[in-house]
Write a protein that binds this ligand. Structure first.
Ligand code: NDP
Length: 483
């Protein structure tokens, strides 16, 4: 835990305060109070981190992949030993239910480290034989790379980027979100014990607009992997492309959940509910537009609203809680603003729609009732813009063509889920939807080897498995005359 509740940067193997000595407050959104302080890092801290990473680069890149994997596995084991501590810290920092942290966030963070530790050993080049030449390729790390991650799945997405960057032989400057820095800090305190040489892993905390922007324009950081909002992504892409950096962007979504009338009813209902409200609707993969075939629309609406209204919202530390606090006051106000907008646009609030005041310890926390809205046009702002909260809309469709047209009617293209018992329909619809992933009769089921990323405004590039390792490496061809 942070000493005196002050979080520190990890630079060149040392836990250090920011060069400026300045900090800002970090809030527990379930109680609406500051509980720790975050370094307000600036270019001085970044320069020190880049220097340290550059110095460490030859050591780490020349270490056998097996040895790098061992260090990463050590880190995974150290986190695993403190799993409960990490889960509680994530819950307090983010407001999400402790059960979710225990069952998803922390185990998946450990799995990310282990998965890429192994995958790093599998990186291979290609060979090309021709009449006159023999060529082969080498995949080589950049040296120093950066990762910038968001607040919604703090440690999960932090490690999802960090692990492939390290496994492919790079030294890393990692910037977690200023809103949820705690578990990244806790991870950084374990780096030395895990066996990371000094300077291989650097964690620089601070404000996105300040230290994030400085990372983006730093001349000695040639590759940046970013997950976050589309507006920020465009800014990073703009700066990065002017400086010819390699940039990977995982951005927002406005994902459709498509329910056909032949779907297995209970599974579809539960799947749509989980997709709408897990993590307070703050997952880029959440299904925030539920498209339902007209023939079953009324029945679905009635049963779905009943389930949504019954979701237990409250203290994220309590076992029974299904939905905790949203991440900040500013984010709560943004979500409530969208609910107002939905009403102005003619939406009918079927349940929820308001801030929820929880009794006791959490009376000043940022809670929002699970909210279901219908009677909106597909083209209205509520149905086009990412809200990123516990708010879903219902839209009826007549047939497959209309379902696909509605699914594709937003600027985003990250994920979709399709619920039908017809294999043929599932194949057809999956092929026609513009999104990086389509789930059939499931949601958020992940195989870490598969490509992950978005189309349109949802991103550029693919992460996952070998693709992430490829992103963090340069490919070189070595050509010689045929023997
Ligand atoms: P932001 O874009 O606000 O922030 C993401 C990260 O970028 C944070 O670390 C942030 O720092 C940093 N940042 C902010 N401004 C800049 C800048 N000018 N230059 C460089 N870095 C900057 O996103 P949120 O944290 O609000 O995350 C929510 C968004 O992330 C949603 O849109 C969601 O859909 C998307 N997301 C996408 C995923 C995907 O895989 N496609 C997965 C998860 C989320 P700070 O927080 O300190 O400001």
């Amino acid at each position: 835990m942070a000493q005196g509740n002050k979080i520190l940067n990890l630079i060149g193997g040392e836990l250090a305060p920011p060069a400026s000595g300045d900090y800002f407050g970090n809030e527990d959104p379930a109680i609406g109070q500051i509980y720790s302080e975050v370094p307000d890092s600036d270019e001085k801290d970044l320069d020190a981190a880049v220097d340290a990473a550059e110095k460490a680069a030859p050591v780490w890149r020349n270490m056998p992949a097996e040895s790098r994997a061992q260090v990463m596995n050590n880190l995974a084991a150290l986190i695993e030993k403190r799993q409960e501590e990490f889960a509680r810290a994530e819950c307090v920092d983010n407001g999400k239910p402790l059960s979710l942290c225990r069952n998803i966030d922390i185990p998946r963070s450990i799995a990310n480290l282990r998965f890429f530790a192994e995958a790093g050993k599998e990186m291979e080049g290609e060979t090309f034989r021709a009449e006159k030449s023999f060529s082969y390729t080498l995949r080589q790390p950049f040296g120093v790379v950066a990762t910038i991650s968001p607040w919604n799945l703090p440690l999960l997405l932090f490690t999802w980027k960090l692990a492939p960057a390290l496994a492919s032989g790079n030294c890393v400057i990692a910037k977690p979100s200023e809103i949820t820095p705690m578990t990244a800090y806790m991870l950084s305190t374990l780096a030395e014990e895990a066996g990371f040489p000094k300077g291989v892993l650097n964690v620089v905390h601070g404000r996105g607009a300040k230290i994030g922007a400085a990372i983006t324009r730093h001349p000695k950081i040639p590759a940046i992997s970013f997950t976050g909002g589309t507006v920020t992504g465009k800014e990073i892409y703009g700066t990065g492309s002017r400086l010819l950096k390699k940039v990977s962007l995982e951005l927002g979504g406005k994902n459709p959940t498509i329910i056909f009338d032949d779907a297995k009813w209970d599974a579809a209902l539960k799947g749509a509910l989980a997709s709408a409200f897990t993590n307070q609707g703050q997952i880029c993969l959440c299904g925030s537009r539920i498209l339902v075939q007209q023939t079953v629309y009324e029945r679905f609406r009635e049963e779905f609203v009943e389930l949504a209204a019954a979701q237990k919202v409250g203290d994220p530390l309590e076992d029974a809680t299904a939905q905790g606090a949203v991440v900040s006051r500013a984010h709560m106000d943004k979500i409530l603003g969208y609910i107002n907008l939905a009403q102005e646009e003619g939406g009918d609030i079927l349940c929820g729609g308001r801030r929820l005041f929880v009794k006791g310890r959490c009376k000043q926390g940022y809670f929002i009732e699970p909210t279901v809205i219908d009677q909106l046009e597909a083209s209205c702002r509520t149905n086009q813009e990412e809200i990123f909260g516990p708010v879903v809309t219902l839209l009826p469709f007549a047939d497959e063509d209309e379902a696909v047209a509605l699914a594709n009617s937003t600027p985003y293209g990250l994920a979709a889920s399709v619920w039908t018992e017809s294999k043929e329909r599932a194949r057809n619809v999956a092929a026609r939807i513009d999104s990086g992933i389509v789930w059939v009769n499931c949601w958020n089921l992940r195989d870490l080897r598969t490509p992950f990323g978005g189309m349109k405004n949802s991103g550029v590039g693919r992460e996952g498995g070998l693709r992430a390792l490829e992103f963090f490496t340069e490919e070189k061809t070595v050509c010689q005359p045929a023997a």
